[in-house]
Design a protein around this ligand. Sequence first.
Ligand code: NAP
Ligand code: ZN
Length: 346
Amino acid sequence: MLTVNAYAAPSATGDLIPTTIERRDVGPHDVLIDIKFAGICHSDIHTVRGDWGPQSYPLAPGHEIAGVVAEVGSAVTRHRVGDRVGVGCMVNSCGECANCQAGEEQFCLAGNTGTYGAVDRDGTITQGGYSTHVVVTEAFVLRIPDGLDLDVAAPLLCAGITTYSPLRHWGAGPGRNVAIVGLGGLGHMAVKLAHAMGATVTVLSQSLKKQEDGLRLGADHYRATSDETTFTDLAGSFDLIVNTVSAAIDINAYLQLLKLDGALVNVGAPADPLPVQAFSLITGRRSFAGSMIGGIRETQEMLDFCAEHGIGAEIEVVPASKINDAYERVLASDVRYRFVIDAATF
Ligand code: NAP
Ligand code: ZN
């Protein structure tokens, strides 16, 4: 066992505090990673605060991990000491079910093992990337291409793949009109990725405060959802809408913005339901769908795509002592556009 520094939530209501956690010994198929940066995802906040159900505490969150391989097990073939690597939202899956066989480990029929707060195979509760080191089975460790700095690469492991996967699945590309709802961590990655894929991109944000940034990141248009004319002007405009909002919004209003056969894909995961009226769907053969992160193969594809197109996250690096302040700023939609913790400060 390795005892390492970490930041963890003691309960659903307490601030995150410095602590130590245990990492297992490096097994034959394991990789020990010296963490350099860990992104702060809104899911970390939902989870530690109990939005998605009760948790086991203390809980160290963090599933946007970038670092360097410090040690490998005797049977490891994919990674070597010194490699630049990343870990996202899952650290294991059964490997045998139809979905795992198809490379969609996130939808493992036995349930994937989440990077934190999940029951690991040895019965312990997984602890995430707000820490100095992590031990992960090699198949769930991604290669970070040379062209990407580790700090801007960390958020790709969740925000990047969570938006890349639906953009690919629903065919974002030249000639397609794509709207991104919410310009936060996921939203700003969605704008960069959809633009790089060749789609025409519109940001739908609560206000025009971040318009200049949105256009710089690759959006062609930027509209405020607080302005009612946005919904009348853009009715029937989009082939695809990706909703990244962390709170419940009026999905029916957004469905009206789709063309015939268009799809609204939800990646935001609010605790509250998102009620949909049948008529919002049937009057335009519209779809309302969801998407969750992406498989390991697709995550590597996304990292390679980002390196090829020079895409990283827009980040604000913070020391571990500022995690609780960063959480409050994320909750206030005051993030430009991802907080990344410097792991040297754990
Ligand atoms: P974030 O950085 O906080 O971004 C969310 C954005 O939503 C905000 O920046 C804001 O954008 C908008 N927003 C927030 N509250 C709103 C409200 N009440 N009404 C309208 N718009 C609002 O969060 P994130 O890290 O990108 O995560 C977004 C959501 O995706 C979270 O629920 C997270 O748990 C979920 N998630 C899902 C997956 C998955 O696999 N499906 C993976 C990761 C995260 P504007 O200021 O531009 O309006
Ligand atoms: Zn996340």
